[in-house]
Ligand binder design. Structure first.
Ligand SMILES: Cc1cc2nc3c(=O)[nH]c(=O)nc-3n(C[C@H](O)[C@H](O)[C@H](O)COP(=O)(O)OP(=O)(O)OC[C@H]3O[C@@H](n4cnc5c(N)ncnc54)[C@H](O)[C@@H]3O)c2cc1C
Length: 413
């Protein structure tokens, strides 16, 4: 049953049945963190109207993206730094205020300032092709339109910008005996305060920035053991503006090949600040290597005896804190079959070579606030172009030079 949908900015290319919504949107942005907001801003700058040509869907109850959930002791003074969103600078907030409130406030102001009309809470459960009986005509590159399925609503769209980050997919590597441990096990995702561990012995797992940021304050109230698969690499560089660009460069090669992305620390090493140096000198930031198994009461490390014979030693623990990172939150894209044999979605910048309707922002090399901002912009430009081309390929090619001016980032206020 085809119906007449409302005309979007670039003209209606397909007709959809009532089952999948009356309006064929140009773009659905999934996720309103740094990447999704940057994308929405640039869609607006290209003339797309929020709520008419595109919608932004977000599973959180309020603004802030993943930052909304970060533990209160993570302040902007201890975080690596937040890159400005386009068009509205963060300014110089109190470095001692929790990053969760600073960033939630900033994103909230941003959404209002640019009237981005983020719809929340909406968790996108799946994105699929519209079925032949649901539409007539064609979408992008002879593909059907996409159907974005939320909790209670569906949207039909020509393209999506997926900007769902990683926070909702904590990674827990498996070690034998994990289910036996009688103490507490938690992930970075669930960490709240070191006070919960006062007087305990905590094994912190993982060689990344989060592990280091947990170990130092934990050492003030508890005793700790640091477990890492590889010796941590502390470098002499600071996490300045160039940091995100450096991460992007190193991670890009892998995502292009569809390989699982590197963690930031695997790509850049850890910045050796004076506080970290002190932590090393105090023995807190010294890795014991990786344990081989978990018991009811602790973790077991391999040892080598004086004559080189292998042995084991158990370290008793009250808690194991898995600071073992996150994976891209892209399960809702499974129906589109985007994954390569290597396990991940291959990308060329924000493009997914397997599907011209899908753009990924904040993915792989874009997983820093500067990378998310840049890839949000690139995804907006690419999605808008794809829609323009589908609507009128000849006119859009001629008009392209005129839109270049539009793509220049707005001056910071
Ligand atoms: C502990 C920690 C500290 C970090 N510190 C820094 C730092 O100091 N500097 C820095 O540059 N980077 C830092 N990063 C990386 C940082 O998270 C990213 O740089 C950036 O904020 C991520 O932005 P994003 O928009 O890609 O994702 P997010 O901020 O995670 O936003 C994704 C949004 O999508 C929503 N979403 C997810 N799934 C769905 C779905 N199915 N349907 C609808 N909505 C969905 C989420 O609710 C969320 O609002 C840190 C990461 C971690 C884990």
């Amino acid at each position: 049953m085809g119906i007449a949908g409302r005309r979007g900015r670039f003209g209606r290319v397909v007709e959809l049945s009532r089952d999948v919504g009356e309006i064929v949107l140009d773009v659905v942005v999934i996720g309103a963190g740094q990447a999704g907001l940057a994308a929405a801003y640039h869609l607006r700058r290209r003339g797309l109207v929020p709520g008419v040509d595109f919608v932004v869907l977000d599973s959180n109850d309020g603004p802030g993206g993943a930052w909304r959930h970060r533990w209160p002791s993570l302040t902007l003074g201890t975080a690596h730094g937040i890159h400005d969103l386009p068009g509205l600078a963060l300014g110089t907030p109190d470095p001692t205020e929790p990053a969760s409130s600073v960033v939630s406030r900033y994103y909230g102001t941003y959404e209002e300032t640019f009237d981005l009309q983020v719809r929340r809470p909406v968790t996108v459960r799946e994105v699929r092709d519209a079925r032949p009986e649901e539409y007539t005509g064609t979408g992008i590159a002879d593909r059907p339109p996409l159907v974005v399925v939320g909790d209670d609503e569906v949207w039909a769209t020509r393209t999506i910008i997926n900007a769902t980050g990683t926070w909702t997919r904590p990674h827990w590597p498996y070690y034998p005996g994990r289910e036996l441990f009688r103490g507490r096990q938690l992930h970075t995702h669930d960490f709240w305060s070191v006070e919960e561990f006062r007087g305990q012995h905590v094994v912190v797992v993982g060689g990344g920035a989060s592990a280091v940021q947990f170990l130092l304050p934990l050492a003030e109230v508890a005793t700790t053991t640091w477990a890492t698969r590889r010796p941590p690499v502390f470098g002499e560089r600071s996490f300045d503006r160039e940091w995100g660009i450096d991460v992007e460069r190193r991670v890009k090669e892998r995502t292009r090949a569809g390989l699982p992305t590197l963690s930031v620390v695997e790509a850049t090493g850890l910045d050796l600040t004076p506080a970290y140096q002190q932590g090393i000198d105090d023995g807190v930031l010294v890795s014991r290597g990786m344990f081989t198994r978990i018991t009811e009461t602790g973790v077991v490390f391999p040892t080598t005896g004086p004559d080189g014979e292998p042995g084991e030693t158990e370290v008793a623990a009250d808690a194991i804190l898995w600071a073992t990172g996150f994976r891209p939150a892209v399960d809702h894209l499974s129906p589109l079959r985007l994954r390569e044999h290597a396990g991940a979605i291959a990308t060329d910048g924000v493009h997914v070579p397997r599907d011209p309707r899908v753009f990924l922002a904040g993915y792989g090399a874009g997983a820093s606030t500067i990378g998310a901002t840049r890839s949000g912009r690139a995804a907006a430009v690419a999605a808008a172009r794809a829609v323009e081309d589908a609507a009128d390929p000849v006119r859009s090619a001629t008009a392209r030079s005129a839109t270049v001016r539009d793509e220049t980032p707005a001056p910071q206020r």
